[in-house]
Design a binder for this molecule. Sequence first.
Ligand code: CAO
Length: 415
Amino acid sequence: MKALEGIRILDFTHVQSGPTCTQLLGWFGADVIKVERPGVGDATRKQLVDVEGADSLYFTMLNHNKRSLTLNTKHESGKAVLERLIRICDVMVENFAPGALDRMGFSWERVQEINPRMIMASVKGFGPGPYEDCKVYENVAQCAGGAASTTGFLDGPPLVTGAQIGDSGTGLHLCLGIVAALYQRERSGRGQRVLAPMQDGVLNLCRVKLRDQQRLEHGPLKEYSQYGEGIPFGDATPRAGNDSGGGQPGRILKCRGWEDDPDSYTYFITQAAVWESICDVIGRPEWKTDPDYATPPARLPRLNEVFGAIEQWTMTKTKFEVMDICNPLNIPVGPILSMKELSVEPSLRESGTVVEVDHPERGKYLTVGCPIKMSDSPVDVVRSPLLGEHTDEILREVLGYSDEEIVSIRDAGAI
Ligand code: CAO
């Protein structure tokens, strides 16, 4: 038995944001029916193709544990099939451009009429407001949600981050809204609309930067490196390089081999509680009692000097040696791990976070499994479906169509 067993998802999602959400629902045990345009399917199937003729990794890595049904929902017989699907599903998840579902004839009002218990969950770029009609992609959301303006170095342009906080981040937010709505439906008997705008999701993840925006009104942000460097603050939260977001100063420092290996770095936090251990480790025991270095406020204007000294030490060690030495002393450090290193890390393979999957068109590939571990709801990662692989099976077994009816829907060009 799995957490969401018995829950049926009408998955109208495409690209990344929506599919990450429905993939999680599938991992939690829901029956996810992905509806795709006949002959075309989710556009990502054919984006960033690395194996000619096979579904791309972009698609396969976002669509595990789903069944694929091709359906032209603008066609009259396709609409009839969709109505039947809405009747028997618990949740409809979509991330079409604003207005697309209304144009298709399936507004929230219409969906409620067909199935009052339906939870209709949407990702949009923006919530209600001046930009609500815009189409939005990952980096647009990162920029509009405050991440880009606060990422990067002070003397450089805004930067986007590799973590897909706009798409996958919003998919996570949506997923949480869906399971909460399912729980509420247990008591109310009613479905509801769930909306996760990408701008809002990114801003939620940038919460600490809005914190700093308000702190700025009361004086400079002393834990930011620019404070110690004597660079005045402007009127908005600045880009903070690799400074840590909390009150404990941190930086990314070079480790042995950095000249040849772009990932030979470690994150190093000068946690106040372990300052004395840090002084001993880096060979500066005198800093334990020197009033210019002994307390966190005294160190703030000297962070470049402090981290410079720590880096002299980290450059004599590999990033893993730094970890081995500092961890037992509770000094918070973290090696910068490359995707190559993560892909072969045995513990991630054992925990099911990095999984090898076999696919009929492309053979074996690696994917990220479910990052949420539940003791009573184990996850088996099942390869993504081929386009329309389950069309007949769903029409017959889930919707109760006879073989003759399926032939006539196919002849009409709706599947
Ligand atoms: N049968 C028939 N028509 C279908 C269909 C089906 N099974 N599935 C989709 N369509 C139609 C839609 O109804 C729409 O038609 P209209 O434009 O005539 O209403 C059309 O296909 C295109 O859909 P779309 O506008 O959603 O797709 P797009 O490629 O033009 O835009 C995107 C993509 C992602 C920008 C847009 O969907 C969007 O803004 N979504 C919300 C935000 C979001 O999720 N962004 C993240 C995406 S990941 O980076």
